[in-house]
Design a binder for this molecule. Structure first.
Ligand SMILES: Cc1ncc(COP(=O)(O)O)c(C=O)c1O
Length: 436
């Protein structure tokens, strides 16, 4: 049972605390009173260091779309390992992954790789600034785009600092310079008129509008088609670039969220699933914009390197992972996602606890509220909802299911309908225990 002070995880955590602040290297995986340490994964299951097996609905925060140790990816990785992991030279593998991605996403004519979604977003912002010769970006309140200073602004604004009206630029990390806050305009998600008004007012300064079409941390609700169309229209009108952060939403289909909505971005950020389990980021867009990175005539407008950028381990496994994500794989994932969301929503109704899921395709998020969730503000859990979510997480851990502590579940291709039914049954039993 979790927590268990006599467990190996607990002992490891005590040791970790000596060498890392809070025993931790990644805030997202921190758990009180101690995080559960993974020993191995296979398919959709993970075994912890105490030998306990669980169905993995975290999947490394959406990255592991094929689960763990997929035989095809293991073979690709082993083959490349024997040939060398990274060189001070390009490899053919980067061309192949770049080709595949540009073929899938119509708005992406060229792209460049990096090692994380954070870098993908940072490079997109830098490209937009260089291309437009403007300093300011706009982003949605509550949306997470990694840890570049500008992208972090207003990530976790709260009722205490958002006031009654339009969002403000509030720091996420303590010590964020005022200059950063001044160069980020925060807009409300899914509020067509409110956001358009703010964007038009700052139009002349804006290099880019950065948007995640299904922002996970902000509530995992879909952008409305009207909202995305407005962003496209206003960006064109004011001469700013539209950046889609598809680091997570590339899970929604072969051409990502933009394929589903039929709205083209000027620049798209990728990460997570395109690395086949290895660290990755990519920034792509119209060739005309991507020229800011072109070194053929000397120092480019935006120089970009990265010791491990486009390393062949990532590139090979990324390509293999993407090739396995064909129409049938997406249909399978969509089916699992629908089943999971419907089952969990049913469990809420059956137990009478107020709650619901948001999400689409292979992603879902659990909210302990019955009120409609349309924006970051409506998705913010109150104290009771937050404590119920923490309790659900603990109940699920003890029923063999891994869920991200903030309620996210990301499904994987090795999962079967039976696995989903097990997850739903675990949620239903957990909710029931919460009524007793
Ligand atoms: C939408 C989005 N953008 C960017 C990032 C940053 O990616 P990374 O953690 O690889 O830096 C994340 C990470 O969760 C994300 O969800």
């Amino acid at each position: 049972m979790f927590p268990d002070e006599t467990s190996r995880s607990s002992a490891l955590y005590q040791e970790a605390r000596r060498f890392m602040p809070g025993g931790n290297t990644r805030t997202t995986v921190f758990l009180k009173p101690y995080p559960i340490y993974a020993a191995k994964g296979e398919g959709c299951r993970v075994w912890d260091v105490d030998g306990i097996q669980r169905i993995d609905c975290i999947n490394n925060f959406t990255a592991a779309i094929h689960g763990h140790a997929h035989p095809v990816l293991v073979r690709e990785a082993m083959d490349q390992l024997r040939l060398g992991t990274a060189f001070g030279m390009p490899t053919q593998s980067e061309i192949e992954l770049a080709k595949l991605l540009t073929e899938r996403v119509a708005s992406v004519e060229q792209l460049r790789f990096s090692n994380s979604g954070t870098e993908a977003v940072m490079n997109a912002i830098k490209a937009a600034r260089a291309f437009t010769s403007r300093p300011v970006i706009a982003k949605c309140e509550g949306s997470y785009h990694g840890t570049y200073d500008f992208a972090e602004v207003s990530m976790d604004s709260t009722a205490a600092n958002w006031g009654n009206g339009a969002p403000r630029s509030v720091p996420y990390s303590k010590g964020t310079p005022q200059g950063v806050l001044d160069d980020v305009v925060v807009i409300p998600f899914n509020d067509v008129d409110g956001a358009a008004e703010i964007l038009r007012a700052r139009g002349r300064d804006l290099a880019a509008i950065l948007v995640d079409p299904m922002p996970n941390r902000a509530g995992l609700m879909l952008a409305t088609p009207e909202y995305l169309s407005m962003l496209r229209e206003v960006a064109d009108e004011i001469g700013a670039l539209l950046i889609f952060d598809e680091v997570i939403s590339f899970r929604l289909g072969q051409s990502g969220a933009q394929g589903l909505w039929g709205v083209d971005a000027d620049i798209t950020c990728f990460g997570k699933i395109i690395g086949g389990g290895f660290p990755v980021g990519a920034t792509g867009g119209r060739a005309e914009i991507m020229q800011v990175f072109d070194p053929t005539e000397g120092k480019p407008a935006v120089p970009q390197g990265g010791t491990f950028s486009a390393n062949p381990m990532t590139m090979r496994c990324g390509r293999a992972a993407m090739e396995m994500l064909d129409e049938a794989a997406f249909a399978h994932l969509d089916n699992l996602g629908e089943r999971a969301r419907a089952g969990i929503d049913r469990a809420f109704r059956d137990t009478g606890i107020e709650g619901q899921t948001t999400g689409y395709a292979s992603l879902l998020k659990i909210h302990f509220t019955a009120a409609p969730i349309t924006s970051y503000r409506t998705a913010q859990p109150d104290a009771q909802a937050a404590s119920r979510l923490a309790r659900l997480n603990r109940e699920l851990l003890n029923r063999g299911v891994l869920m991200a502590s903030y309620g996210l579940m990301a499904l994987s291709t090795p999962m079967t309908v039976d696995d989903i039914d097990d997850v739903v049954a675990a949620v239903a039993a957990s909710l029931k225990s919460m009524t007793e």
